[in-house]
Design a protein around this ligand. Structure first.
Ligand code: SDX
Length: 428
């Protein structure tokens, strides 16, 4: 295969090197394009055809529906690993030995106390505040309580920042949830596993002991693994570009949380449940919503369907759909919403509009049904997505800084007014 690409502009030919990845993906390296062509650039709204970086963390094959973290398939990790192992794998590149895993967990526990003054910030929010706005603010506030930004050249400094956010973020998630319910903002129990402790912090009632439920532990562990990373999606690209200015890790993560909030991205899991509830209230009239989804005049989209990369089934959606059945039946829950979701999926997968555009269920289509079955309110679904995505964001931010990537600063094509003389107010 040729090692270069030839571009012809205004009769001139220019040659650019090709970069080939370990999975044989090919990119044209245009880093010298503007210099070589005296100012010509490329443009690609939404970066549908543009790579922002080389990365060794996560591999997606959208046509084949493949997702691997550091070479391990998502199916194997979801089945055989736990969330903390996967977090370690994403961040440090290898599955931890037992000793490494225990040390990682102990170091995280040692960092899982949050400054009491942060409770004053939580208390200042109205109970009606959307949890994504709260958790994004609290993550940014961590910077105020942990001012020293990360010296990425120091492995020790970087490690400290990683275990600090892995320890404090679940507490902030639990406090964000409990604030809405008017429950005391306290801690779980560090003698528990990472996921067990999250469940206890979120759901423990002040006047009762919290009884762990193995079904909930497995379900949350699996959901967090499935959400842990997804290469250069919108929120991860946000974390990378904010970090590329050498802003701190916590500030970069806070920006990523805000990007995730959007209903076209992580906010879709909340929008899916709201859509399914609307269909249920409409006597289950899925056909009406299919018509709306296909009507170009109607802004409505079938939430939880379609993906920028997957033009086949999102492998995570397959796993979550199976888990939804298991979790609801293990919890003895009959949720008509699940049947509506399955009916809608069947209709869409047989509809030419969706088939022609290769629109399949994505990670958000079924995840909310499990969260709901676990007793998590709809507004918290995207916060749970952020909880899962945290190690992926950390891994991607660390890789970007260790690779000394330049500050992200795209160019543009100007389409505004050409030069014109100023007209004073009296003459306008
Ligand atoms: C996540 O990137 C990631 O990896 C994200 C994520 C992660 O783990 O980080 O996987 C998580 O964000 C999953 C996606 C969650 N969002 C939704 O479920 C919202 C609904 N989906 C769409 O808005 C849409 O599919 C996107 C945003 C996900 C992808 O949009 P693209 O790639 O920009 O595709 P597009 O908008 O150009 O759509 C192509 C065509 C259009 O029709 P035509 O103009 O060709 O006629 O497909 C149509 C779109 O109108 N289309 C849909 C649709 N999604 C795309 N039509 C109806 N319903 C939909 N859901």
């Amino acid at each position: 295969m040729s090692k270069t690409a030839i571009l012809q502009v205004n009769g001139e030919k220019y040659e650019f090197p090709l970069i080939v990845g370990t999975e044989n993906e090919v990119a044209i390296d245009i880093s010298n394009l503007r210099n070589a062509t005296n100012g010509v650039i490329t443009i690609d709204p939404g970066y549908k055809n543009t790579g922002s970086c080389e990365s060794a963390i996560t591999f997606l094959d959208g046509e084949k529906g493949i997702l691997r973290y550091r070479g391990y398939s998502i199916e194997e990790l979801a089945e055989k690993a736990d969330f903390l192992e996967v977090a370690y794998l994403l961040i440090f590149g290898e599955l931890p030995t037992k000793e490494q895993n225990d040390k990682f967990h102990n170091d995280i526990k040692a960092q899982s106390i949050v400054d009491e003054d942060i409770k004053k910030i939580v208390e200042a929010f109205p109970r009606t505040a959307h949890p994504m706005g709260v958790i994004s603010s609290l993550t940014s506030a961590l910077t105020a309580f942990n001012p020293s930004s990360v010296n990425v050249k120091s492995e020790e400094d970087m490690y400290k920042a990683i275990v600090k956010i892995m320890g404090k973020f679940p507490v902030l998630v639990a406090w964000t949830y409990r604030k809405k319910l008017g429950l005391p903002l306290d801690y779980g129990d560090d003698s528990l596993g990472y996921v067990e402790n999250i469940l206890k912090m979120m759901f423990r009632q002040p006047n009762a002991c919290y009884i762990q439920n193995g079904v909930l532990i497995d379900a949350l562990d699996k959901l967090l693994i499935l959400h842990a990373d997804h290469e250069q999606n919108c929120s991860t690209s946000t974390v990378r570009i904010v970090g590329s200015s050498h802003a701190g890790l916590f500030a970069s993560l806070s920006a990523g949380i805000s990007a995730l909030w959007g209903p076209l991205h992580g906010g879709a899991n909340q929008a899916v449940l709201e859509m399914l509830e609307a269909i249920k209230a409409d006597d289950g009239d899925t056909k009406k919503y299919m018509v709306k989804a296909k009507d170009k005049e109607d802004p409505f989209r079938l939430m939880g369907f379609g993906h920028r990369v997957y033009k086949n089934f999102d492998p995570r959606a397959k796993i979550i759909k199976k888990a939804a059945d298991e979790v609801l039946s293990n919890l003895g829950i009959e949720d008509p919403i699940l049947d509506i979701a399955k009916g809608l999926e069947k209709e869409a997968l047989e509809d030419p509009y969706f088939v022609d555009r290769k629109l399949y269920p994505n990670v958000d289509f079924y995840s909310g049904i499990i969260y709901r079955g676990m007793g998590i309110p709809t507004e918290m679904f995207t916060v749970m997505f952020a909880l899962g995505r945290l190690p992926g964001w950390i891994a991607q931010w660390r890789e970007m800084r260790l690779n000394n990537e330049p500050i992200g600063r795209p160019r543009q094509i100007y389409t505004g007014e050409t030069e014109r003389p100023f007209v004073s107010l009296v003459n306008r």
